[in-house]
Design a protein around this ligand. Structure first.
Ligand SMILES: N[C@@H](CCC(=O)N[C@@H](CS)C(=O)NCC(=O)O)C(=O)O
Length: 354
């Protein structure tokens, strides 16, 4: 068996299908994830100046479509004969066509909301129709065993399926996705990838960290955004815990389906709950600029992040000012927002619904 080394950025993107195929095929490979700094050095030495690349012994292959076929042949996941191979190609090419539309909408600089709506309401159902037709009454898309065609369809719709009810009119494809997802080797790969079956995750030197607050604390410790003493660190945790209590109220609002009740609850939330929590933070701030240790810490960023969310949520739903009774918190939010690196991130972060 040759040695395999797959190099890509630390995201799923154009490499995840190859990683899934290696997992399902049970073939060992080196899963290299490069940072943008490392990529700058590597780029001139790659066949087309792009990632992913697959190294098979001393051969270096570019183009994700060629890479997945090399792996599919090596792992016997490309169908059993010429006809099946062509059928697998039909699926891979159709996924490629869908992916181009998906990328265009997801990374659009203009009209993103409109393009995302079109993607979810028109493009996704159109391609689900195509794949449902291909699946017909069979278990697998091609032949009588799982191939990279099944992995490709599963991989491509997986992210959407988690957040949207895309399968409501395509239940056979939902069952197909579950079949792929529950294959022991695929399951093991996904579990390794998302230790608790949920996002976000942070991958650091081959370790995968789940739980958003554990991730935030890891990043804070690494970059000097925790406190400097044990007490300071505990105070940062007090802020995070208090914000978690506030988030419980936000989640309850989110799940209220009755529009009238929701509007009522929203009013109570903004005029009573939020000021009650903001009072706690106002007292913690006192005359200081920052919540803990007289410097910017994760505590300030966490409070700002919730305020930023509340400002958007409130501008969409009601006209009450979240800071009406809490001018100190408004000043604190503005202070965090104007930290140059935070400002730079806010200016370039993609527009999202939440
Ligand atoms: N058709 C190529 C496209 C590869 C591609 O666009 N790669 C992007 C990442 S998804 C890249 O390497 N970007 C960095 C660069 O161009 O410097 C493939 O499928 O492999």
């Amino acid at each position: 068996m040759p040695t395999y080394k797959l190099t890509y950025f630390n995201v799923r993107g154009r490499a995840e299908l190859s990683r899934l195929a290696f997992a399902l095929g049970g073939v060992k490979y080196e899963d290299v994830r490069v940072s943008s700094e490392e990529w700058k050095k590597l780029k001139p030495n790659t066949p087309q100046g792009m990632l992913p690349i697959l190294e098979v012994d001393d051969r270096m292959i570019g183009q994700s479509g060629a890479i997945i076929r090399e792996i599919a042949r090596a792992t016997k996941l490309y169908g059993k004969n010429d006809i099946e191979m062509t059928e697998v190609d039909v699926v891979l090419e159709t996924i490629q066509e869908f992916s181009e539309k998906k990328i265009k909408a997801m990374f659009a600089k203009e009209d993103k909301d409109k393009l995302m709506k079109e993607l979810l309401e028109e493009t996704v159902p159109k391609y689900l129709d195509i794949f449902m037709k291909m699946l017909a009454n069979k278990e697998y898309l091609v032949g009588d065993a799982m191939t990279v065609a099944d992995l490709a369809v599963f991989n491509s719709f997986q992210a959407f399926a988690k957040d949207n009810k895309i399968f409501s009119k395509h239940q056979k494809l939902e069952a197909h996705a579950k079949k792929v997802e529950s294959h022991p080797k695929v399951k093991a790969w996904l579990a390794n990838h998302t230790p608790q079956g949920k996002l976000p995750i942070l991958e650091v030197h081959g370790e995968t960290i789940p739980q958003s607050r554990a991730i935030a604390r890891y990043v804070a410790r690494k970059h000097g955004l925790y406190g400097e003493t044990n007490i300071d660190n505990t105070m940062v945790d007090v802020v995070i815990g208090t914000l978690q209590d506030l988030e419980v109220h936000i989640i309850k609002l989110y799940y209220e389906k009755d529009e009238e009740k929701k509007a009522d609850r929203m009013k109570t939330f903004i005029t009573e709950t939020v000021p009650r929590f903001f009072k706690i933070f106002t007292e913690m701030l006192g005359e200081n600029d920052w919540l803990v240790a007289q410097k910017l810490t994760l505590a300030d960023i966490a409070l700002f992040s919730v305020c930023d969310y509340l400002e958007k949520m409130n501008s969409d739903t009601s006209k009450h000012n979240i800071y009406a009774a809490s001018p100190t918190i408004k000043k604190h939010s503005d202070r965090v927002r104007s930290v140059p690196r935070i400002k730079a991130w806010l200016d370039r972060r993609p527009t999202t619904e939440y």
